[in-house]
Write a protein that binds this ligand. Structure first.
Ligand code: BGC
Length: 253
C-alpha cells in the first residue's frame, strides 16, 4: 500500500476529453468534472494540447497528484496500436511519450475500457468479486475489459469480434442504435447475439455493462437471455476518469 490518496484521471473520447481529481480510497471525484470538446479531427498534437489545459486546471488544486490518461485504442508499452474511432494518425505512435513531453510530467497511459473495468473492480460492480468478469462499454464503439480474480488483463478488444461477418461494434454499439434509429427491442436482439457469443467464448461469472446508455439498462437488459448474470456499471461516464486515476497510483496494477 502507498500513502498516495489522490490522482488525476483523464478520459479521452471521440467527442469530449474529461478529467477530474479522484480520492483513491473512496473512488469519488473531489473536484469538478472538467470537460472540453475533443478537437476536430482528433489529431495527436491537438488532443495533447486540450489534455494539457485540463491537467493544468486540476493540478492547480493538487500539484503532486499523479496523472492517469485513458484512450480509446489498444495501448501497448505506451504505444497506441489501433484507432477504430479516432484519427488514424495515432496508430503506432508512442503516445505516452507524446503526452509526457506535452504535459511536462510522467503519466500512466491505458486503454479506456480497461480503465473503466479497473474502476469497477476497485470502486464498483466488480469490487471484491472473484472469477472472470467482463465489462463492456456501449458507446461510439464497444470497449471491453477482462478482470480475473481482481487482476486486469489488458487490451481485450472484444468490440471487434467478427460476428455474422461484421465487426461487432458496427452493429451492436450504442452509436449503431442511434445511427440506425433502432428501437430498444431491435437493439437488444443485436446485443443478444453479441453477448451470447462472448458468453460462449469466455464463460464469464459476471457481465458489467457500462457507457452512458447503461443508465437506461432497464430498457434492454431485461430483454436479454443469458446464463451469466449482468449488471449495469456503477460509474458509467466517470469510470474512465476513476480507473485512469487509480492506475496512476504508484504500485497499482
Ligand atoms: C476500440 C477500443 C476502445 C473502445 C471504446 C473500440 O473501437 O478499439 O480500444 O476501448 O472502442 O472506446
Amino acid at each position: 500500500m502507498t500513502s498516495q490518496t489522490t490522482a488525476i484521471g483523464i478520459d479521452i473520447g471521440g467527442t469530449g476529453i474529461k478529467g477530474g481529481l479522484v480520492d483513491l480510497s473512496s473512488g469519488e471525484l473531489i473536484s469538478e468534472r472538467v470537460k472540453l470538446p475533443t478537437p476536430a479531427g482528433g489529431k495527436p498534437a491537438d488532443i495533447v494540447e486540450t489534455t494539457k489545459a485540463i491537467v493544468a486546471r486540476l493540478a492547480a488544486e493538487d500539484p503532486t497528484a499523479p496523472v492517469g490518461v485513458c484512450f480509446p485504442a489498444i495501448v501497448k508499452h505506451g504505444f497506441t496500436m489501433s484507432a477504430a474511432n479516432v484519427s488514424k494518425k495515432w496508430i503506432g505512435l508512442n503516445a505516452e511519450e507524446l503526452f509526457e513531453t506535452g504535459l511536462g510530467r510522467s503519466i500512466h497511459f491505458v486503454n479506456d475500457a480497461d480503465a473503466a473495468g479497473y474502476a469497477e473492480s476497485q470502486f464498483g460492480a466488480a469490487k471484491d468479486k472473484a472469477g472472470l468478469i467482463i465489462l463492456t462499454t456501449l458507446g461510439t464503439g464497444i470497449g471491453s475489459a477482462l478482470i480475473y480474480n481482481g487482476v486486469l488483463i489488458p487490451n481485450a478488444e472484444l468490440g471487434h469480434l467478427e460476428i455474422d461477418g461484421a465487426d461487432a461494434e458496427s452493429r451492436a454499439s450504442y452509436a449503431a442504435k442511434e445511427r440506425e434509429e433502432l428501437t430498444w427491442e431491435r437493439w437488444a436482439k443485436r446485443l443478444q447475439r453479441y453477448y451470447s457469443h462472448v458468453e460462449f467464448l469466455f464463460t464469464p461469472d459476471l457481465f458489467i455493462v457500462g457507457g452512458g446508455v447503461s443508465k437506461n439498462y432497464q430498457e434492454f437488459m431485461p430483454l436479454l437471455d443469458l446464463k451469466t448474470p449482468m449488471v449495469p456499471a456503477v460509474h458509467r461516464n466517470n469510470a474512465g476518469i476513476l480507473g485512469a486515476a487509480a492506475l496512476a497510483r504508484p504500485g497499482a496494477a
